[in-house]
Design a binder for this molecule. Structure first.
Ligand code: SF4
Length: 425
């Protein structure tokens, strides 16, 4: 059963006056287990929807529509499938002690449904037979899979789960059901780098029709999980991994007309190398997973520059994480040139996770407040929207409105890529 959280305006659900709180029981006689079932079964031209209204009344709706038109019923969040691994580098274990952050941040999810719907990477180690059947029946393709290593022993060492060693069988099983995957490797020095990485790349590349892409991401640690037997990569180790990535990219471009394998921005930053051009990431398909995010942001800013309004005499501060600051400072100079505004960048330090965590999206509200405090006389303060959740809360539960209340003289705006906010002024 699925409970309706919201109903989209101007939708079939709104026309039928289905209220939030309604429990959706079945579509065309098929019981709804979760929101994925709703999405799957509502894609029909004739929909018979059995529901129970908040009043307790049972209702059956007979709906005729275009198969692609959704009902407009937004379900409550599904109960997520929990992870059964114990990776020493797990970011959830890298959170500060419980109660300092929002509770969902302490949930270790490994949910193939979220993988299909939102591109979350999963390990496949917690799949039951009925999950496999559902993947094939509903053709949940592509899935995003944290392969890490095709070498069973190396993957076992990373996930600390006996089922981790079955990665080859799991990929074979998906291939037999025509399920494609985007693969990911989180690179941990001494465990899955070097020859293991080269072997992983070669194995996955050989699955030509199945593996759509491979992302290589350096392991990220915080002040709370840096003592669990994994360390971060040195610049030299990042450089060697990039060489392995480059080798397969050259081959892939020749054989498949696309690079196929992508190193994450952080790999270049940690190697002390310039970030690649946007073309490196082909169509930026993986940008939501942080692969090519900086170059996508750069491209978006540069395409907006000629359209920006005059902001002569205005003072703008951009708050970001320490790793992004040099790139944002370059873009700030270009924005300043086109608008006439004085644009300053500030690198905020991460008080929650410690200095090893340098990305803007993991900064707390308090970190932003400290950065804004010395810029109270500015006109506009921008920060990355990724630091907020969908209820405009920072990781430390400070809300955007509370932050704004503390700085009444400053116009504070979350922003996708800076210029989107400047264009909307
Ligand atoms: S797969 Fe590993 S990193 Fe991901 S949630 Fe599970 S234990 Fe943590």
């Amino acid at each position: 059963m699925v409970r309706v959280a919201r109903v989209r305006r101007k939708s079939i659900g709104a026309d039928l006056e289905i209220p939030p709180g309604t429990v959706l029981i079945s579509v065309n006689g098929r019981e709804l287990r979760d929101s994925l079932d709703l999405r799957f079964y509502e894609a029909d031209a004739e929909v018979q929807l059995e529901a129970r209204l908040p009043s307790g009344q049972s209702v059956t709706y007979d709906i005729e529509k275009h198969p692609d038109e959704p009902l407009g019923l937004i379900p409550e969040l599904d109960k997520v499938r929990r992870c059964t691994n114990a990776c020493p580098f797990c970011f959830v274990k890298g959170n500060p002690k419980a109660s300092r952050l929002r509770q969902p941040l302490y949930v270790k999810d490994d949910d193939y449904r979220l993988s299909f719907m939102f591109g979350h990477y999963v390990t496949l180690t917690n799949l039951r037979d009925d999950d496999w059947e559902r993947i094939f029946e509903q053709r949940l393709s592509p899935l995003y899979v944290s392969v890490h290593a095709t070498d069973p022993a190396a993957r076992l060492r990373m996930l600390i789960n006996p089922r981790a060693a079955m990665i080859g069988e799991h990929l074979d099983r998906l291939a037999a059901g025509s399920i494609q995957v985007h693969a990911q490797v989180v690179l941990c020095p001494g465990i899955n780098d070097g020859e293991i990485l080269e072997r992983t790349i070669a194995d996955l590349y050989s699955r030509e029709r199945q593996v759509l892409s491979l992302s290589i991401v350096p392991v990220g640690l915080t002040a709370f999980n840096a003592d669990r037997g994994v360390r971060t990569l040195t610049p030299e180790e990042c450089g060697r991994a990039l060489a392995a990535v480059d080798a397969i990219r050259q081959r892939a471009v020749g054989e498949r007309s696309r690079a196929w394998c992508y190193a994450a921005d952080e790999m270049f930053l940690q190697a002390g190398l310039a970030l690649p051009d946007p073309e490196y990431f082909d169509d930026h398909e993986l940008v939501a997973n942080g692969v090519g995010a900086v170059s996508a942001l750069t491209a978006a800013v540069r395409s907006d520059l000629p359209e920006l309004p005059s902001l002569r005499g205005k003072k703008v501060v951009l708050v970001t994480g320490t790793s992004m600051r040099p790139y944002l400072a370059e873009l700030a100079a270009e924005i300043s040139h086109f608008t006439g505004a004085s644009v300053t960048t500030v690198a905020a330090h991460n008080s929650l996770y410690g200095p090893m965590v340098t990305t803007a999206g993991l900064l707390a509200g308090a970190d932003h407040a400290r950065a804004f405090d010395s810029h109270r006389d500015f006109d506009l303060a921008l920060f990355s929207r990724t630091a907020l959740n969908d209820r405009d809360l920072f990781l430390d539960d400070l809300s955007l409105s509370e932050l704004r209340r503390d700085f009444p003289e400053l116009r504070i705006s979350p922003s996708e890529h800076v210029t989107d906010t400047l264009l909307a002024l």
